[in-house]
Design a binder for this molecule. Structure first.
Ligand SMILES: [Fe+2]
Ligand SMILES: [Fe+2]
Length: 193
């Protein structure tokens, strides 16, 4: 018997089972959307990239002290392939686990996880409160403003871009475009001007 290929529906049910709060669910949808966008652009497996994005923070609401460790346990209990588990865990490299991002999928997940937070805050200060209005330069302008989206660690994003050897502008552009595709689900459709 071959390894099971997790379906999005199962990933979504797990997400909802373990995350009751709206903000973590929206974060999961945002990361999923960006992973899908980048996978499609690069001719990679969109479904796989998206599903891993969707469940990467699975344990965070219930087990913040054991972040990543519990996600591994839960997914193993459900018979998920090690490839998916490793990828999900690697976003916490140097933060809550020692799984180094190796594949492009893992490096992108690591790089865009925090970046989605910066894009959310950039959207929310716009009059329209819409991600559809966010531009790369608006995000870049806030890069060095430490008080803006203070919880977003820019150095992680920079490290991720470095691993991928892509420019920050491209990474920001991909992240905005991916999140725009999920504007409704992440609550950032706003009222575009
Ligand atoms: Fe996380
Ligand atoms: Fe995350």
């Amino acid at each position: 018997m071959g390894e099971k290929i997790p379906a999005r529906q199962e990933a979504l049910e797990l997400l909802h089972q373990y995350n009751e709060g709206d903000s973590l669910r929206k974060h999961a949808y945002a990361v999923e959307a960006v992973m899908r966008y980048i996978a499609r652009k690069r001719g990679e497996d969109e479904e796989k990239w998206g599903i891993i994005g969707l469940i990467h923070d699975l344990d965070y609401e219930k087990y913040p002290e054991q972040h990543c460790v519990k996600t591994g346990e839960i997914l193993r209990e459900h018979g998920w392939p090690e490839e998916y588990i490793r990828a999900a865990l690697s976003h916490g490299w140097g933060i809550c686990c020692d799984v180094t991002p190796r594949t492009d999928l893992e490096k992108f997940l690591y790089a865009i996880d925090e970046l989605t937070g910066l894009v959310v805050t950039t959207a929310l200060i716009r009059p329209s409160k819409s991600v559809l209005d966010v531009q790369v330069k608006s995000v870049k302008n806030k890069w060095k403003d430490k008080r803006f989206a203070a919880g977003v660690d820019r150095s992680i994003i920079e490290k991720g871009a470095g691993m991928l050897q892509i420019g920050l502008e491209e990474l920001i552009d991909d992240t905005i475009k991916g999140m725009q595709e999920a504007a409704e689900a992440i609550g950032l459709k706003g009222n575009p001007t």
